[in-house]
Design a protein around this ligand. Sequence first.
Ligand code: HEC
Length: 191
Amino acid sequence: MLAMNKFKLLGITAISIAASVLVTACKDKRSTGWEYAPNMYRHIAYDPDQENLNFADGKTAQVPPKGTIPVGFTRFNYANTNAGYDSASRTLVSPKVYNFKDGEVLYQHFCGPCHGMTGQGDGLVVKHGYPAPPSYSTGQSSRGGAMKDLTDGKIYHTITYGLNAMGSYASQLSPEERWKVVAYVRHLQTL
Ligand code: HEC
């Protein structure tokens, strides 16, 4: 009984070795062997840097047509100039009304370090020597007028482009988040 099992085992081993030799023997040295999912190696879609005869210039990566905007992108049609700032003041309005509480945490994280938690221009980095921004309630804007009179459009324009020592927050805050922060700044103007 044991002897027969030994032969059986030997036979199975021999067949397995022969099978694996057969499977691997014919491949050329640069081949990866059998491909499990060939589409992963040779996909149907064009690579961006691949030649593409479907287009006149033969390239896959085409320049987007003029005037196209990415999905979900909100266009901001006000220039980073005093004229753009004034124009935003007159015509730019929030697409939605926000409660100032909606912008509280965003303000504390992004603006509070300079403007201070109550908007008095006494944030932590100012205490360490950074130029102090004017108070939202009692200060004067360097562009003229009292800080407490800054309109939604002026505040939104400032968040989007920054102003002198203050950088732009356009890459950190989405348009919706910027409007929430504007609502919070409007609240701080009244303190
Ligand atoms: C790195 C410090 C810093 C941070 C952070 C900062 N600011 Fe300022 N901000 C300033 C300074 C400094 C000024 C004054 C700039 C000037 O008038 O030259 C200013 C000015 C302003 C003004 C007045 C603009 C005007 O027209 O006079 C507004 C409004 C304002 N900031 C809003 C914000 C908001 C909202 C945030 C958060 C998203 C923010 N700031 C974050 C430093 C900062």
